[in-house]
Design a protein around this ligand. Structure first.
Ligand SMILES: [Zn+2]
Length: 127
């Protein structure tokens, strides 16, 4: 009989623990769902922005970009620094490096075909 009462007490403790866990699960679930909705809204906004940007790009450049993106693991544009393409880590010709840094034209890496961009380092002149 005493053993039965002890078991009933254990059961009550376990049921309370289950209720606490379930309540915490519900809170966690609603937080995660809210986070998912936030991310979905951000993705949707970025897709809209991307569609607008694509409309501004010359069709042949965009087609080349899509091809490079597919062939280069989803990376179609890369930074160039110290004459090195940071996509394939190969040196680009000095003339091309100069053009990437000084021109508004669009250039591709001669090795991996990715589009190149340059961000001047602090204190670096853009020429
Ligand atoms: Zn490259």
């Amino acid at each position: 009989m005493e053993n039965l009462e002890a078991k009933a007490g254990d059961r009550k403790v376990l049921e309370d623990a289950v209720k606490t866990e379930e309540a915490q699960y519900a809170v966690d679930k609603s937080e995660k769902e809210a986070a998912i909705e936030t991310v979905k809204a951000a993705v949707s906004a970025l897709k809209q922005k991307r569609a607008g940007t694509i409309g501004d790009i010359t069709s042949s450049i965009y087609q080349t970009y899509e091809r490079v993106l597919k062939n280069r693991n989803g990376i179609g544009t890369v930074k160039v620094a110290d004459r090195m393409c940071l996509g394939c880590h190969q040196m680009i010709p000095p003339q091309l490096y100069y053009q990437v840094r000084t021109s508004d034209d669009i250039f591709q890496c001669p090795h991996c075909d990715r589009y190149l961009y340059h961000v001047p380092e602090e204190g670096e002149e853009n020429s």
